[in-house]
Design a protein around this ligand. Structure first.
Ligand code: NAG
Ligand code: NAG
Ligand code: NAG
Length: 391
């Protein structure tokens, strides 16, 4: 029997060795806390000590190192913490504290320390509570094309201890789109209108992640040409055509007159425009997802009459003759007829049906529009013996 009794002995010795710490304990509800930047953290904690001892001090400290014979530094006396720290416990067995406005600088381990009325009967709860402070980052796919399903993730560098509800923003406006998983936003069959600056936050927290730009790629839509200056264009003006078209990525613009390629670039500029530039213009907007042509716009360059000349229309037959005035202008000119210096008539042609020597003389036409006027060279009619000579 004595042999059987032997084993309990080492156990007894162990109990004796550990009796020093028997009844002493600090326990933390969470040994690791991940908190959102700017938030308030509660470190829940209780402590035990042998009955008979009286607590003199109970506080938190951020270091396990102390000067000899000196006490650990009290966090509530640390200027970095004093304004933000609140002791919620009772300093008898509850050592819960609250720390507000946490930042990355607060990342470390924290310990509860208490001392009693018995010299050298003190305790520090190690390991303590590790605090990690995280921010939020929106993670979005790099390349998004219209129609795809897009998943945005609100990332934190550690798992937040609190049960967190995420809020999403586009261009600072809260979103109601479908959530997929707690920290994900699912944009189904993404549209170009979904492009924008996205950010995320946690419900009940002021901190918001930095914005992330989401671009949605799509082919050009409805290019439109704008003419500057608007209104009528007079020869010599400087005119700029610009082509505007929505697309992502931005389109490359090409210019056409009639069917002929002119140039590329957002704008097509003409300095000192002439009538040669009158015509129909189009722009083409193209990116890697497609291309589209604008409707044609017509440039009508206004200019005063020129190349004014008189000709005999048809032939000089019998006793009648018709003079015809031709000229170039825009808008079309009004034609007037003169014999010598005397106004005769207006109209494109001037006809004499019963010719006589009275009609001999110098004839000319005047072409006039709102931009100017010009006379033709004179044409001389010589009527002799009822025979018309044109010079
Ligand atoms: C400790 O105190 C806090 C704040 O008063 C309280 O919320 C918590 O429940 C207490 N913990 C225990 C274990 O009594
Ligand atoms: C008009 O006259 C100009 C010279 O002044 C000439 O260069 C041009 O070819 C003429 N245009 C026509 C249509 O005859
Ligand atoms: C030429 O004259 C005839 C009548 O004589 C007229 O019908 C025709 O329109 C004229 N042509 C031009 C170009 O003026």
């Amino acid at each position: 029997t004595s042999v059987r009794m032997a084993p309990p002995l080492p156990l007894l010795i162990l109990l004796v060795i550990h009796s020093e710490s028997y009844g002493w304990d600090v326990s933390y509800r969470h040994s690791h806390i991940c908190a959102l930047k700017g938030s308030t953290v509660t470190m829940s904690c209780t402590f035990r000590y042998p009955t008979g001892n009286q607590i003199i001090t109970a506080f938190w400290t951020k270091t396990q190192v102390k000067e000899k014979h000196e006490e650990f530094p009290d966090l509530s006396e640390d200027s970095e913490y004093s304004q933000r720290l609140q002791y919620l416990g009772d300093k008898q067995q509850n050592c819960t504290i609250r720390l507000s406005h946490v930042t990355q600088k607060d990342e470390r381990m924290y310990y509860c320390r208490f001392t009693t009325n018995v010299p050298d009967e003190k305790w520090i709860g190690t390991p303590g509570v590790t605090l990690t402070v995280t921010d939020l980052q929106v993670e979005a796919p790099e390349r998004v094309t219209e129609g795809q399903n897009v998943r945005l993730i609100c990332k934190s560098s550690c798992t937040l201890t609190e049960r967190a509800t995420f809020i999403w923003y586009r261009n600072s406006q809260p979103l109601t789109e479908r959530r997929d998983g707690n920290n994900q936003l699912l944009l189904q069959s993404v549209r170009r209108e979904d492009a924008g600056r996205y950010s995320c936050a946690l419900h009940g927290h002021i901190y918001t992640s930095p914005d992330v730009q989401l671009n949605v790629r799509y082919p050009p839509v409805n290019p439109v040409i704008f003419i500057s200056p608007s209104g009528e264009i007079v020869e010599g003006d400087s005119v700029t055509l610009s082509c505007s078209s929505n697309s992502y990525p931005p389109a490359e613009i090409s210019w056409f007159k009639g069917g002929t390629y002119l140039n590329y670039g957002q704008t097509y500029s003409i300095s000192k425009i002439s009538s040669d530039y009158s015509g129909e213009y189009k722009c083409r907007s193209r990116n890697e997802h497609g291309e589209k042509y604008s409707a044609a716009v017509t440039l009508n360059v206004m200019y005063p009459p020129r190349n004014v000349s008189v000709s005999i229309n048809g032939s000089v037959e019998g006793d009648s003759v018709t003079l015809s005035c031709s000229s170039n202008s825009y808008p079309p000119a009004e034609i007037s007829w003169f014999k010598g210096g005397t106004y005769l008539n207006y109209g494109q042609t001037y006809s004499i049906s019963k010719i006589s020597s009275d009609y001999s003389g110098e004839y000319k036409c005047r072409s006039r529009n709102e931009h100017g006027e010009k006379y033709s060279a004179a044409v001389t009619l010589n009527v002799m013996c009822e025979l018309i000579m044109v010079q």
